[in-house]
Design a protein around this ligand. Structure first.
Ligand SMILES: Nc1ncnc2c1ncn2[C@@H]1O[C@H](COP(=O)(O)OP(=O)(O)OP(=O)(O)O)[C@@H](O)[C@H]1O
Ligand SMILES: [Mg+2]
Length: 550
């Protein structure tokens, strides 16, 4: 006879990860029509940047977005990267949690093996169509259609055929419904513009649904430093990480597993650890329990460690960031600061860069393209973060600064753009959508220090501009009355009016005109500490190409 439990559990099923995300697509960033379209472009473009960076190829990325129906768009992204081998392409683009990145401890934009397959899934559930892929690896060159068997999370590759292609790399084409193209702070254009800002080595072009072409040419002809694969530091671990690493390890003993897997663990450290934990470090790492992992973590925290290796982090770089801001934002003045690497949670290295642009093209613009006030441009590992700003450590840090101290009376009203990039092998995002950085105290403190450092140069610039403007307006006012004044004086003294006028003009010139003319010159050429004026960067980088939207 069947028990009640037997009866109830007839409904018991295992959910495939693809099935799970089909129902919870908002977790992948597919919530809201504008955000969904930006997410698609983001996933493909970050993959192209990662792939070209790994292959050390200067990226040329083409993005085309076309309207093909009501709230229905096609997206094409093509790169000049290494391409994907034929026998892997299905799993790479249509099997969730598959990829070349999630199992390596290395600073890359992608981390989870979800992005591209998430797009395939989204195309499939909104238009019922597979994505179309063309790729050339130099060895093989093919095209095919790819979709996901949602029940099993397995790729379905069809219409595979060899073709000759005019490019080397990967091209992905998909059709998506329930999405919308919008020219807003959250839209595709802004995403591409900001990507170009943080990746000055990339050339990116965009064809928007109105047929308008935008090109962001590279400002730097050199690849950024190739991210180094590093071993995690013991102080950056949580029990879950430790158990996962241990169970995947091929080592015979926990002691050798710790030495091989993590940085700064030596024989001497193992001896120290032996005194601090209750279990035998010579047993197999496969047997490590959660409780023992917790014990190890506690022991790690009580020990003294050499700091982690810092060369795992790859920031944009002060010089290149300034150059890109000049070309893309074209402000009156730029101040850039790159801080030294630091650690959060005791063992995870990260580095913060901040740049402030003032005047000219800086700041938020309204729909008419007029100045509307200050804005914060956020990046993590050179990837723009366009959503969930209110929960992000960057927003929190920038808003907590007392801007009046830096000559900015009201941040919301002035033509100022504050850009912050946080780079780390492990960026602590506050959600799966990877759009906001968690509010870790050490990260917030670093962001504040970087931004305040950059703000000091802005303050100097603003106060110079203000005193220059004051001198200029005084000069103009006095000059307006000088003929009248010299006439009156001539009547009073009996001296010739022309002589008096000439003398008065000279006097005003020496007092005011020289003041604002000299100031203007010194402002444009002075290299104030780390802050650079627009012209400095131009002079330093004379040989580089120009970058800008055309
Ligand atoms: N343009 C590309 N060129 C070469 N390989 C690519 C490209 N796009 C994706 N891949 C391969 O496909 C894999 C899966 O990509 P996917 O975006 O799903 O995951 P990911 O980038 O590893 O992580 P994330 O989910 O964080 O984006 C990548 O790890 C990479 O190996
Ligand atoms: Mg990806």
């Amino acid at each position: 006879m069947e028990s009640i439990a037997d009866e109830l559990f007839k409904e018991f099923r295992e959910n495939s990860i693809a099935e799970f995300f089909r129902k919870n697509r908002q977790m992948l960033g597919y919530a809201g029509k504008v955000r969904s379209l930006t997410t698609i472009v983001h996933e493909y473009v970050t993959n192209s940047l990662d792939a070209t960076e790994e292959a050390q190829i200067l990226p040329e990325i083409r993005v085309e977005v076309k309207e093909i129906g009501e709230e229905k768009y096609s997206v094409l992204v093509r790169d000049n990267g290494p391409g994907i081998p034929k026998n892997i392409v299905g799993r790479a683009l249509a099997s969730i949690l598959s990829g070349t990145k999630f199992h390596r401890y290395m600073q890359q934009r992608g981390q989870q093996g979800i992005g591209a397959s998430g797009c395939t899934l989204f195309a499939q559930i909104t238009t019922g169509k597979p994505i179309h892929v063309r790729s050339s690896t130099g060895k093989e060159s093919y095209e095919c259609d790819i979709s996901i068997d949602i029940k099993s999370n397995k790729p379905v590759v069809s219409n595979m055929r060899d073709v000759s292609l005019e490019f080397r790399g990967l091209e992905v084409y998909g059709e998506f419904a329930d999405v919308k193209y919008e020219n807003s702070e959250h839209g595709v254009f802004e995403y591409i513009k900001r990507t170009a800002l943080a990746n000055p080595h990339a050339s990116i072009s965009l064809l928007d649904p109105t047929g308008k072409e935008y090109t962001f040419l590279r400002s730097v002809n050199a690849m950024p430093k190739k991210p180094k694969v590093v071993k995690p530091h013991p102080l950056g671990l949580e029990p879950g990480d430790l158990v996962e690493f241990a169970h995947r390890s091929e080592s015979r003993r926990i002691s050798s597993f710790l030495i091989d897997t993590f940085s700064r663990v030596s024989d001497a450290k193992i001896n120290e650890l032996k005194q601090l934990v209750s279990f035998d470090l010579s047993k197999s790492p496969k047997e490590l329990t959660w409780q023992e992992a917790e014990e190890l973590i506690k022991a790690f925290k009580s020990m003294k460690w050499v700091a982690p290796e810092f060369d795992s982090v790859s920031p944009i770089g002060e010089k290149y960031l300034g150059l890109a801001m000049k070309n893309i934002i074209n402000p009156e003045y730029i101040s850039v600061v790159e801080r030294k690497p630091r650690v959060f949670r005791g063992g995870i290295p990260f580095v913060v860069e901040a740049a402030i642009a003032y005047g000219g093209g800086a700041g938020r613009k309204n729909d008419e393209g007029e100045e509307a006030g200050g804005n914060i441009i956020r990046f993590a590992n050179k990837v723009p973060l366009l959503f969930d700003s209110s929960t992000c450590a960057i927003t929190y840090a920038v808003k907590s600064i007392d801007w009046k101290r830096y000559g900015i009376k009201d941040f919301e009203q002035e033509p100022v753009s504050v850009l912050v990039n946080v780079s780390s092998v492990f960026v602590p995002y506050s959600g799966v959508g990877k759009q906001a950085i968690a509010q870790e105290e050490a990260i917030i403190d670093e962001i504040k220090l970087a931004v305040m450092d950059a703000a000091r140069n802005i303050q100097r610039y603003i106060s110079n501009v203000r005193s220059r403007n004051l001198a200029e307006s005084k000069y103009k006012t006095i000059m307006r009355y000088i003929t009248q004044l010299s006439g009156d004086l001539s009547e009073l003294t009996g001296n010739k009016q022309e002589v008096l006028e000439e003398k008065l003009k000279k006097l005003v010139d020496t007092k005011y005109k020289k003041l604002f003319e000299t100031d203007e010159q010194s402002n444009n050429t002075q290299d104030i500490e780390q802050g650079k004026s627009t012209q400095d960067i131009e002079q330093e980088e004379g040989e580089d190409e120009d970058k800008g939207a055309s």
